[in-house]
Design a protein around this ligand. Structure first.
Ligand SMILES: Nc1ncnc2c1ncn2[C@@H]1O[C@H](COP(=O)(O)OP(=O)(O)OP(=O)(O)O)[C@@H](O)[C@H]1O
Length: 615
């Protein structure tokens, strides 16, 4: 586009956004302008520097990115060296568009970047600064070139930037690599070339991050038209990780990887050619992908004699443990018994993550290929739990299904059975369950012979099961059977890594938003009676109400806590849903999308919480 005066630019943005102008702005730029006007309510004429963090805040925000920055630094330095003479600065930003690493060009150009605060600590989220390389690339998760007057705000028209998104080892958005130049004589074509160089460098950074994360796994390159991908597998040839392009090329998902899927579904080995040389890779639908080269684990290169547990299958457990010493210790103890079918009892307040922890134990165990079956004992009447759990023969009772039901215990054969709220299991059923655990067989209702079962049992409760057993409210013999190993999941307020968790959940629930220092102070000090679940709801709501991408203390629904009860939590959930519906004009589909819930779940919650809707 030709250079325009600031006022012409404002008129042009408005006409493009209102679809009235026949313009040569690319549709991605035009769409971004529309987002800035309609969704973010930004003013293209506004002037002023970007929001910038203090030193202490930068340290705080950079903490979780430390490893990424360390691994990316050699490539960033190379990139800065290559582009320096063209007057480019080079930055790495996190997924919220806060710059956390900068290399400025020579002195003549550097001054301008300093004056305009294009350096570490500044935030360029699209929701705040309008269409710009960093913010728009992160909003769309695609590489982008934003040339001079394609910027939404006229004040940025002296700059051109090219940005590539950076994905972590699991293919999730980790941040972006930005290059910006202020040279007026820089042709678009030259800038396009610089974008290609940046994309290549970013792919190499992603490779370094992936290889470091899966350093104890075998790594295969997956050939593809748009560049190769990386696939990691363990000594038992179970896939433990795949980068974003390998996922796309092979049709792999988080779920498939977490289930420890067998590599042979995708890869044919040719042992005649060497220990693990791959000859053919196939997609899930069987179509060939091409040939691949394999790198052995780094431990093999260093001749480490100890056979370590394969990396990857413990990922989810490690992620949930975070940096909390008690959790880290529990996961370490679990690691030692993960493939022994010791029953595990999870104790912890509501919302601390017992369910997700149980799933992670299953995913880490050698049962991951089989079913994970869950039952909430508090959510059903005794007669239904009985039928659900132990199964029944055809016609065993009035209302039974014609062909009977094999029951959840049999369904979990070879896999894991998770009994949530075990403290609420009726005494009669406790006796039946005990018999299953002792005899390793189950008698479905009306059956003439038992069915042999091989299950790992994980149970969970927020009650003090030990005390209940002492007081006779729970069978003591069953209690001791259930707690082959007991894991106490600490309340969020007691976790040493609480700040990290708040940051992580903020990224997930309110992407593109940043927390004001007042909001941060409130979040960090709150005792969270509803633990992780409450924190998620609070930040999801805040993400909906935040203006200009900044969550302030006014966006936080943190009622005073003095022994808060379940109904209070329900009120918080209700408020989140009501606000999302209000924001989306009562449209359930859109509100569900914003809340990251399925439509069916949102309808169920609307009914359950008695929320009135227009539909
Ligand atoms: N370490 C964690 N980091 C981030 N989110 C987490 C973590 N652990 C759990 N969560 C989230 O917290 C929410 C509640 O988790 P979950 O249902 O597993 O808790 P629970 O202890 O089983 O709750 P309840 O006792 O009410 O059944 C979920 O949205 C889950 O994704």
């Amino acid at each position: 586009m030709a250079s325009l005066s600031a006022s012409n630019h404002v008129a042009r943005v408005l006409s493009v956004a209102n679809h009235v102008a026949d313009v040569d702005a690319s549709s991605r730029i035009a769409n971004s302008w529309r987002r800035c006007l309609v969704n973010h309510k930004l003013d293209p004429a506004r002037q002023g520097p970007p929001q910038t963090l203090t030193e202490a805040e930068i340290r705080h925000v950079a903490g979780p990115m430390e490893e990424t920055i360390r691994l990316a630094t050699p490539e960033l330095d190379d990139l800065a060296r290559v582009l320096r003479d063209a007057g480019y600065c080079v930055n790495l930003a996190d997924a919220n568009a806060t710059m956390l690493f900068s290399r400025l060009p020579g002195e003549a150009d550097a001054r301008l970047f300093m004056d305009w605060k294009i350096y570490t600590g500044s935030n360029f989220a699209e929701a705040c600064e309008g269409t710009n390389g960093l913010g728009t690339c992160l909003a769309e998760q695609k590489p982008i070139l934003v040339h001079r007057d394609e910027h939404f705000r006229a004040q940025w028209h002296m700059f051109s930037c090219a940005v590539a998104p950076l994905f972590d080892h699991a293919g999730h958005l980790a941040g972006a690599i930005n290059i910006t130049s202020c040279r007026e004589d820089l042709e678009r074509a030259a800038h396009q070339l610089a974008l290609a160089v940046t994309m290549e460098a970013t792919r190499r950074m992603e490779g370094a991050i992936f290889r470091d994360h899966f350093r104890n796994a075998w790594i295969a390159t997956v050939p593809g038209d748009g560049g190769s991908g990386l696939l990691a597998y363990d000594d038992d040839r179970r896939i433990v990780g795949a980068c974003r392009s390998a996922r796309a090329l092979l049709g792999l998902t988080d779920g498939l990887i977490a289930s420890g899927i067998d590599l042979s579904r995708y890869v044919k080995f040719d042992h005649s050619r060497g220990v693990d040389e791959l000859v053919e890779l196939r997609r899930a639908d069987g179509r060939p992908v091409g040939r691949s080269h394999v790198a052995p684990p780094l431990r093999a290169k260093s001749m480490a004699p100890r056979r370590e547990a394969p990396v990857g299958r413990f990922d989810a457990l490690h992620r949930l443990a975070g940096h909390d010493p008690a959790m880290v210790k529990s996961v370490k103890r679990l690691g030692a018994v993960i493939d022994h079918d010791l029953p595990v009892l999870l104790q912890g307040e509501t919302g601390v993550g017992k369910d997700v922890f149980a799933r992670a134990i299953h995913a880490a165990s050698n049962r991951a290929r089989n079913d994970y079956v869950a039952l909430n004992c508090a959510a059903m009447p005794e007669s239904l739990i009985d039928a659900e759990l132990f199964g029944y023969e055809a016609g065993a009772f009035t209302g039974a299904r014609r062909d009977g039901s094999k029951g959840l215990i049999v369904q979990a054969h070879g896999g894991t059975l998770f009994l949530d709220e075990i403290g609420d299991m009726p005494i009669a059923l406790q006796t039946r369950l005990l018999r299953v655990l002792e005899n390793r067989e189950v008698w479905p209702l009306g059956a003439l012979k038992p069915v042999a079962v091989d299950i790992r049992l994980i149970s969970a409760t927020h009650r003090d099961l030990g005390r209940m057993a002492e007081e006779g409210a729970f069978r003591a013999d069953l209690y001791f059977r259930l707690r082959g190993m007991e894991v106490r999941l600490p309340a969020l307020r007691d976790r040493a890594d609480r700040d990290d968790i708040i940051r992580q959940i903020a990224r997930e629930e309110a992407p593109g938003c940043r927390l004001s220092s007042e909001a941060w102070a409130q979040l960090a000090a709150y005792p969270y009676p509803g633990n992780m679940r409450q924190l998620r709801h609070v930040l999801r709501l805040a993400g909906c109400t935040a203006e200009n991408g900044v969550i302030t203390d006014a966006d936080l629904d943190l009622p005073p806590f003095g022994g808060r009860t379940e109904p209070d939590l329900e009120a918080s959930e209700r408020a989140t849903i009501v606000e999302a519906l209000r924001k989306h004009g009562g449209r359930v589909t859109e509100a569900a999308r914003a809340l990251k819930l399925s439509r069916a779940t949102l309808y169920r919650k609307i009914k359950q919480l008695k929320i009135e809707t227009a539909q």
